[in-house]
Design a protein around this ligand. Structure first.
Ligand code: PLP
Ligand code: COI
Length: 339
């Protein structure tokens, strides 16, 4: 079957594909799980996921290679991160094997929707873990749903590999110092909505969040991690417990060091030192690599490399990362899972 989709012009929007995976946790164990055509979930109105934010999610992609095969990028890392999120919010783990099997089933069942090679589009996969059931006091659920759905997507930030303008959020934090910033939970995103809307209304791609304790250090770039290349050629990305540990970021740290021969470091990045960077980017599954053209902070305007052109090291990192994801560049051992 061929599906009628304008692959080159996809945005980042929900689509109701034919199949998703659904599994229930009850009496201390997960059921087998199965594919279903129904995109509606049915659960108690008093579910802790709805009232107390007891939920977590993941984001990963399936890529179509030049030879027409389909592959996943480091899904084991997403499984592990969801397990960490589950511990943080007192939810049961989804075992890595079950997680990867669910993702594989969904991709295979919706294979017609994995965009063709060369369009730049991919199949975005969204695993979701929620606490359900009749609970009204503040306590963890005893029943859970693990579901995985997917949809073809294009660029998250408009234009893709095009330098974008960002603004530092001085009025809102997305996470608390000892809170859930390092976990992929909905509450962090709820806390970011106001800042994002205000940034977009002011003409920026998104807001940049600072460390919530001192507001002196860079943390996240919207729903992506921050990285920069210093004028001395070092790859630097912020270190903080309230940053989401991005799989793309850890992949870039490795590639910067092992493929580009750069010194690559996670360390605190102070706003006052932003001008140490020759190039700045945002990275994530959805964002891929988005060059940061400039960062505004009140009256201060920092420009990196160029407001219109992609900086050279960012271009090399992009080619390496995306080349690996689409199967054009040899991947480090264990990074690619064939579907
Ligand atoms: N930071 C936030 C807040 C995110 O939502 C994401 C997306 O998952 C990332 C960073 C990037 O993480 P990853 O590279 O694992 O997709
Ligand atoms: C991802 O990159 O997978 C994300 O989760 C970003 C998303 C919140 C749109």
């Amino acid at each position: 079957m061929t599906v009628d989709i304008d692959w080159e012009n996809l945005g980042f929007e929900y689509q109701n594909l034919p199949f998703r995976y659904l599994s229930y946790y009850k009496d201390g164990k997960w059921d087998e799980g199965k594919l279903t055509g129904d995109n509606q979930l049915h659960f108690s109105e008093s579910s802790p996921a709805l009232h107390y934010g007891q939920q977590g999610f993941e984001g990963l992609k399936a890529y179509r290679t030049k030879t027409g095969e389909i592959q996943l990028f480091r899904p084991d890392m997403n499984a592990k991160r969801l397990q960490k999120t589950a511990h943080k919010l007192c939810m049961p783990e989804v075992p890595t094997e079950k997680f990867i099997d669910a993702v594989m089933q969904v991709v295979k069942a919706n294979a017609d929707y994995v965009p063709p090679y060369g369009t730049g589009a991919t199949l975005y996969i969204r695993p979701l873990l929620i606490g359900i059931g009749d609970v009204i006091g503040v306590r963890p659920a005893t029943e859970y749903i693990f579901t995985v759905f997917a949809m073809p997507v294009g660029a998250y930030f408009k234009g893709g590999l095009v330098p974008s303008k960002f603004v530092i959020s001085r009025d809102y934090d997305r996470a608390a110092p000892l809170g859930t910033g390092g976990s992929k939970v909905g509450g962090n995103y709820a806390a970011s909505l106001q800042a994002e809307i205000e940034a977009k209304n002011a003409g920026y791609a998104d807001a940049i969040y600072l460390d919530p304790a001192t507001h002196t250090k860079i943390e996240e770039v919207g729903a992506a991690n921050f990285f920069g290349i210093t004028k001395e050629g070092e790859f630097v990305t912020p270190l903080s417990p309230s940053i989401l540990p991005s799989i793309t970021k850890y992949s870039l740290l490795y590639l910067a060091q092992h493929r580009l021969g750069l010194k690559a470091t996670e360390k605190e990045v102070y706003v006052k030192d932003l001008d140490q960077f020759a190039e700045v980017g945002a990275c994530g599954t959805a964002a891929i690599i988005t060059p940061v053209a400039s960062i505004d902070d009140g009256k201060t305007h920092h420009v990196f490399y160029s407001e219109t052109e992609v900086a050279p090291t960012i271009r090399r990192l992009y080619d390496e990362l995306v080349g690996i994801q689409f199967g054009d560049v040899k991947a480090p051992e264990g990074w690619i899972y064939k579907v």
